[in-house]
Design a protein around this ligand. Structure first.
Ligand code: C5P
Length: 223
């Protein structure tokens, strides 16, 4: 069954509130820049102490030695999942995999906020699908546990790379919701039928009138 991962892109009080109110629910909590840079262990320990899996979304993107040190520190924090950009390169991924221990390392392919025009502007010359496929292939060859990608490219990855990797899909929007800064969004149903294992949802939950009810509705769809 696919899992829901809530992106805690919010302030500390709302994050605490959500974590406490959702105790016992089958959820992963994702800690990203906003909370991590301001609150570090306060937030990561809270997630772990309440019995949830910790998804540390720091999207490491650096030289091999620095990536290795970063993965090692994430291990000390008790992270269950950690993200890094596959575009850090083969050697950086190799170093990360060597040191990762039990952390599930997830490689970011192409951010869901980017589309064709952005890729051209950044000098990425391959077709979008080919670009994502190439990065995913490289990451899996080096032993990553999972791939972060849009649900739009996931069917191709499943077809070409099989089902042995964890597919993590952000950029999910419910019917009628604005995409905001995201561009390659999919619905919950689309993510599921594409073969997602972990569905990452932030603002759909955080900004809904009743976040707990929203989570329960999503869990019902996933069950
Ligand atoms: O609010 P929303 O649901 O758009 O949040 C998506 C979350 O997933 C954010 O925390 C963002 O950093 C993360 N993410 C993403 N696209 C990726 C990788 C991670 O949106 N490719």
């Amino acid at each position: 069954m696919a899992k829901l991962c809530i992106a805690l892109d919010t302030n500390l009080p709302q994050a605490y509130d959500l974590i406490s109110s959702l105790r016992g629910y089958p959820i992963i909590f994702k800690v990203g820049y906003k909370l991590f840079l301001s609150h570090y262990r306060t937030i990561t320990d809270k997630v772990k102490e309440e019995g949830f899996e910790l998804f540390l979304d720091l999207k490491l993107h650096d030289i091999p030695n620095t990536v290795r040190e970063g993965v090692s520190s994430a291990k000390d924090l008790g992270a269950d999942y950690l993200t890094l950009h596959i575009s850090s390169g083969r050697s950086a991924i190799r170093e990360a995999v060597q040191i990762k221990g039990k952390i599930r390392l997830l490689g970011v392919t192409l951010l869901t906020s980017l589309e064709k025009e952005d890729m051209e502007e950044l000098g990425m010359c391959l077709d979008k699908d080919e670009h994502v496929l190439r990065l995913a292939q490289l990451g899996l060859e080096e032993g990553l546990d999972g791939i972060v990608c849009s649900g739009r490219e996931l069917p191709l990855l499943r077809e070409r790379l099989g089902s042995s990797f964890l597919a993590v899909v952000p950029g999910i929007r419910l019917e009628g919701e604005e995409a905001q800064d995201q561009k390659r969004t999919v619905s919950l149903q689309e993510a599921l039928s594409a073969g997602a294992d972990i569905l990452v949802m932030g603002r759909s939950i955080l900004r809904s009138e009743n976040p707990i009810k929203r989570v329960e509705e999503v869990l019902l769809i996933l069950s």
